[in-house]
Design a protein around this ligand. Structure first.
Ligand code: ADP
Length: 731
């Protein structure tokens, strides 16, 4: 072996791969290293055929060794000397992927495989592909191999695929995922199922190429999506029905929940229910009107509180839909494809796609349900449309029933109220009837007593001789009884006159104070007989003349004072009058009669102003009376433009107050003259009871007396009188 040959040999032994030096002219193997012998122990491959076919390709090329069960090796020409036709060739055993690529290209292994399949190296250079790939990339196979994949697929698909590729490369593991893209000029999305398998070198394990299998699953994807949507809608509809049928919740809450369920299931931004109803003002506009009843919204602005959602004529609110609904059809469209009129209404609300379905009961249009999509273009399939229409019917039926129930409940409540009124009226009638019977019994008693007295005295006088003194006493008794009779008869007459609306009130000038003093004078005798004190509290403001009916005022006051005297056994009675309000022509005066008598319980206070009613029968038996007085007072005060009421506590006493309106008279008030007269008067009040003394003091003060003295005992009084001036008068 010469030196050159030795050097060659040493160098070859240094190489990591199996190597040989071959003369292509003769086919003789000039040199081989140990690795070569290890790779091909039993035979020598025909290197010539391989190198001639792919001469000078300085990359690994597949090489099938026929003699070795078609085992696949790879060879690479490292150096070729043209002159001597000598080539230095390196060999290695092929990995599985290379075999795959080879098989795919040479033997059309994948051509029956329907998916797009191709192998590219790490730079994206296409190494092998099947028939489907050629069709997908629309290039014949020979032109396809060696080109870069990124130039062969739609750019959007390349970008989407790259993400998956990177992911797979990073982990060096296969992935099976879907991706989608919209090709330029296409409106539909293409969905692809992608299987990506990184291919490793057999020896080192490093990734050297990638097998990609793609399958257009757009159709299948859409079908699956539609099926999933259908299932979601069916589930939501049944859930909505359950919520509405289970009840127990506030109806508005249930409706909100139901619309939210439908909104989420349909992935829309707004769901709403409108009713279509007769016009609220048929005389102004007789066409059908529409009102939004419920609304759910997520990404969209709610409409519920806007004016445009209540009582709108259909020609204004849903001009083009009403005919569609009337014919039982749905509106299901992209807003951009709708008539301009509708676009103008819907676009400002941000709606991109819309679906509205009529709600029809018994062949009549009741309303509609609507779904606004403000984020995507979507046209509902016929099946989906039908499901949503059914959901609308369920919701509409629930609202309809709820309204009927409400109306029923209201009718029931009205019926119950009417029954209650009827019961009260019956009770009142019964009470009035009982009161009338009591009244008749009392009345006959009240009339018979003085009549019996008169007749008894008359018989006595007629039968036996009497002295003139006795005659006077008898005549006084007769006088008393006839007055009592007359009072009763007058009360009855007045009452029936008022009932018949025939009592005319006088309008004459009078002094209120005169009337009060007259009443006090009239009752004073009986008051004194019972050992009671009587006071008059006068508001200086009531001085002066008024226009009204002094007789009727006197009648009311007398009645109250008589009652106060009748029902009080000790203490005092106070009559008060004050000005409540006044304008240029009228004044409202407030009168009260307070006693320290038996008082009236609260429930009795409710009844005593009704005709023929007395507080209770035991009182009647004890005190007598007809039960007509206060009823008459009530009517008279009302005729005088006011009212009467009572405050009382059992066993403590009562205050009966009444107001009346009187006209004003433009005459000089007597007040000044009277006040002047009293101003000059020196008065010493002698009274042991503190309350009475104070009341007397106040009364005199209100009359104008300014020089007032009080004493509680005679001694005290004499003491004060003793130091009195010569001008002081004792009264
Ligand atoms: P009568 O003629 O029976 O007194 P009224 O209508 O004047 O009729 O009074 C009705 C009832 O009101 C009386 O029977 C009595 O029970 C009650 N009543 C009226 N005034 C007083 C009062 N000052 N104190 C207590 N009870 C009174």
């Amino acid at each position: 072996m010469d030196n050159t040959a030795l050097l060659r040999r040493v160098l070859l032994e240094q190489a990591a791969h199996a190597m040989c030096l071959v003369c292509l002219k003769t086919g003789a193997l000039l040199e081989r290293n140990r690795m070569f012998d290890a790779l091909f122990p039993d035979f020598t491959p025909d290197i010539r055929t391989f190198v001639q076919a792919d001469s000078l390709k300085n990359s690994w090329q597949p090489m099938i060794i026929k003699q070795k069960n078609d085992a696949l090796f790879q060879a690479k020409v490292i150096f070729f000397d043209q002159d001597s036709q000598t080539a230095l060739v390196s060999f290695r055993r092929s990995g599985a992927w290379e075999y795959l690529a080879h098989a795919a290209t040479e033997e059309r292994l994948f051509d029956s495989f329907p998916a797009v399949a191709f192998i590219h190296d790490l730079n994206g250079v296409m190494l092998a592909c099947n028939k489907a790939a050629c069709e997908y990339m629309r290039i014949p196979r020979p032109e396809l191999l060696g080109r870069n994949v990124s130039d062969l697929m739609p750019p959007k698909a390349v970008a989407a695929l790259k993400e998956l590729l990177d992911k797979s490369m990073l982990t060096a593991t296969p992935i099976n995922e879907t991706f989608s893209y919209i090709s330029d000029g296409d409106s539909e999305k293409t969905w692809m199922g992608a299987y990506i398998q990184p291919l490793m070198a057999a020896d080192g394990g490093a990734v050297e190429a990638v097998l990609i299998m793609l399958r257009d699953i757009s159709e299948q994807f859409l079908v699956e999506q539609r099926l999933a949507t259908r299932d979601r809608l069916l589930q939501a509809t049944s859930q909505a029905a359950q919520v509405l049928l289970s009840g127990g919740k506030d109806f508005a809450d249930s409706m909100n929940e139901v619309l939210a369920i439908l909104g989420k299931a349909t992935d829309v931004d707004r769901v709403y229910v409108w009713s279509i109803h007769p016009s609220p003002n048929p005389e102004i506009n007789s066409e059908l009107h529409t009102t939004q009843l419920y609304e759910w919204s997520l990404g969209a602005e709610p409409q519920q509180d806007l004016d445009i959602c209540t009582n709108r004529p259909v020609s204004e609110a849903i001009p083009t839909w009403i005919d569609t609904f009337m014919s039982g059809r749905c509106v299901n469209n992209l807003v951009k494809n709708m008539p301009v009129l509708e676009q103008e209404q819907l676009s400002p609300q941000g709606i991109i796609s819309i679906m509205t379905a009529p709600i029809i009961f018994n062949g009549e249009l009741w309303g509609f349900i609507g779904f606004d999509d403000c984020h995507s273009e979507y046209i509902w399939s016929e099946l989906e449309e039908n499901i949503l229409r059914a959901a609308g019917m369920i919701v509409g039926a629930a609202i309809h029933n709820h309204r009927i129930n409400d109306a029923l409940e209201e009718a029931n409540a009205q019926l119950a109220a009417a029954a209650e009124i009827a019961r009260n009226l019956a009770e009142e009638a019964k009470q009035a009837n009982e009161a009338k019977s009591d009244f008749l019994a009392n009345m006959s008693h009240e009339i018979r007593t003085p009549m019996n007295a008169i007749m008894g005295i008359l018989q006595m006088v007629l039968r036996m001789p009497i002295s003139p003194r006795q005659a006077i006493q008898h005549l006084e008794k007769i006088d008393f009884s006839t007055k009592a009779l007359l009072r009763i008869i007058n009360d009855i007459l007045d009452f029936s006159k008022i009932e018949a609306g025939m009592l005319d009130m006088e309008k004459i000038p009078f002094y209120v104070e005169d009337v009060i003093r007259g009443v006090i004078d009239l009752t004073k005798h009986r008051v004194e007989e019972k050992g009671l004190a009587m006071f008059f509290e006068k508001d200086p403001e009531i001085q002066g003349q008024y226009l009204g009916d002094p007789l009727r005022l006197s009648q009311v006051l007398t009645n109250l004072c008589t009652n106060a005297t009748k029902f009080t056994s000790e203490g005092h009675i106070t009559v008060a009058a004050k000005l409540q309000e006044k304008n240029d022509t009228e004044a409202t005066l407030l009168f009260s009669v307070t006693d320290t008598g038996i008082g009236i319980s609260p429930d009795q206070q409710q009844r005593i102003f009704s005709a023929f009613t007395q507080a209770d029968t035991s009182i009647t038996r004890r005190y007598g009376g007809t039960g007509l007085g206060l009823a008459l007072c009530k009517k008279l005060t009302q005729l005088m433009g006011g009212d009467i009421w009572c405050e009382s506590e059992a066993d403590k006493g009562s205050t009966f107050s009444f107001s009346i309106r009187l006209g004003l008279v433009n005459s000089e008030s007597r007040h000044d003259a009277q006040s002047r007269a009293f101003e000059e008067l020196n008065v010493l009040i002698v009274e042991s009871a503190t309350t009475s003394r104070s009341k007397l003091y106040e009364s005199l003060h209100s009359m104008g007396c300014r020089m007032l003295e009080k004493a509680s005992t005679i001694d005290h009084a004499l003491e004060k009188a003793g130091v009195a001036d010569a001008g002081r008068r004792l009264i």
